[in-house]
Ligand binder design. Structure first.
Ligand code: MN
Length: 434
């Protein structure tokens, strides 16, 4: 069997939960992502997505034994940080037990009472997030963005040596479905002599993958590339909303601040690293002539298997489209395989000075843009900073996001011989500034 694969990845396994067997479901029995839901009665608690249902893990704790049972009992809590203390081996044991329990071969046998229709409950933020860091791992995005802000000097000379990132703001990370207000800020147009304070005029999305840390490292003890996987719990979709005008005016010399930290949206379901094992691929091949990463960021095994083949899409649904019953319009489709730095290199770099990662920390990949225009991950790129607006089926045009627009991300991994693994949705409506 290939690296990291076990019976939970068997594409032949089917669930007695019928909706989990649909070929286009995000939540097949091979996926089993973790999230937190708010039941009609009682407090929010951890559940696992299966088809269009949520399996109430803690309520069903008696169905498990050993480490899986201990972990299941811990799942009666409103954030994943406490269960995550039990470590990857316990999650792997619970995943295996769930895979068997929810299979057709096992059958219902009284388990249906632990299933809750996903549409009937609210999904909440799955984690208490101590820290949020956002990388800049797509060289295509870095070049496109650099060109918009610095036409003569798009890619700075450190890019191919340093996995560039900024420390974001954990307090304003919100879960999919939570509206946010258009931020106000200082911005100075090209033809304006002085800046003014007011609602951002250049609101954008950034299509990213997020990852959550489970095992912390001690302050002063870097995580090598080869050990990074032992610290990653799982992945989500992440929208790093950006006020481009505020960003352009503030970013030099210390990087993003108020242009980014007003809201970051994450999808509610966390797809485990184990579920994504079949979709590991070689790391992005650096073009010839690019420098090799420095030794502390180099690892042969990571180069061979450290990439991830995950398709990511962004769509828009404007207020007028919603009113007219028009379906969301896709703006871009890209793939995580295009990132210049692997997730292991990001973690190794983040801790290379001894910085300690904490359980529940959220790390964004940066906007995932590919080489083609159809795979660019932000409006800044897609519309050439608003100068080439996109036509929508409602007759509207968009250079940047307008009040009432909803941006919807989807993500999935597909490959012949394996079940589809989906991320669900990451969506939010931008409301007008006060
Ligand atoms: Mn970003």
């Amino acid at each position: 069997m290939a690296q990291g694969l076990n019976e939970t990845h068997d594409p032949a396994r089917r669930s007695f939960v019928e909706s989990a067997n649909a070929p286009d479901t995000d939540f097949s029995i091979q996926n089993l992502p973790f999230g937190v839901f708010k039941p009609e009665i009682g407090t929010p608690r951890v559940g696992v997505a299966i088809g269009d249902q949520i399996f109430d893990v803690s309520a069903a704790a008696k169905s498990f034994d050993g480490p899986a049972a201990e972990l299941a009992r811990d799942c009666g809590i409103s954030y994943l940080n406490i269960p995550m203390q039990r470590g990857a081996a316990a999650f792997s044991a619970l995943r295996l037990a769930l895979s068997r329990l929810l299979s057709v071969e096992h059958g219902d046998r009284g388990l249906r009472k632990y299933l809750i229709p996903m549409a009937s409950v609210q999904l909440v933020k799955p984690m208490t997030i101590p820290n949020f860091t956002d990388f800049y791992a797509s060289v295509f995005h870095a070049t496109n963005t650099g060109r918009a802000f610095r036409p003569d000097n798009p890619l700075l000379p450190n890019y191919k040596y340093v996995p560039v990132a900024y420390h974001g703001r954990a307090s304003s990370v919100i879960v999919s479905g939570t509206p946010f207000k258009r931020p106000r800020g200082q911005r100075k147009g090209a033809n304006e002599a002085v800046p003014s304070y007011g609602p951002s005029r250049n609101m954008d999305f950034e299509l990213e993958l997020g990852m959550y840390i489970d095992t912390p490292n001690k302050l002063g003890e870097p995580i090598p590339v080869a050990k990074a996987a032992e610290h990653i719990f799982g992945f989500c979709l992440l929208n790093d909303w950006s006020a481009r005008d505020v960003q352009a005016w503030e970013y030099q010399p210390l990087g993003p601040f108020l242009g980014k930290n007003f809201a970051t949206t994450v999808s509610p379901w966390v797809v485990t690293a184990e579920a994504l094992a079949p979709f590991r691929i070689a790391a992005f091949a650096r073009p010839s002539g690019d420098p090799a990463p420095l030794p502390h960021l180099s690892d042969a095994e990571d180069q061979a298997h450290g990439g991830l083949d995950i398709t990511l899409e962004a769509s828009i649904l404007t207020e007028a489209m919603r009113r007219a019953g028009i379906a969301p319009q896709r703006l871009t489709q890209t793939n995580f395989s295009k990132v210049y730095w692997t997730v292991a290199q990001m973690i190794a770099h983040h801790t290379s000075n001894g910085c300690d990662l904490m359980r529940g920390d959220l790390i964004g990949s940066g906007t995932i843009s590919g080489p083609e225009k159809s795979s660019w991950g932000s409006l800044l790129e897609l519309t050439a900073r608003g100068s080439e607006p996109i036509a929508l089926p409602s007759g509207e045009k968009r250079g940047f996001i307008e009040d009432g627009d909803e941006i919807i991300f989807r993500g999935f991994a597909e490959k012949p011989g394996f079940a589809r693994i989906g991320f669900g949705e990451c969506r939010a409506i931008m409301l007008p500034a006060d």
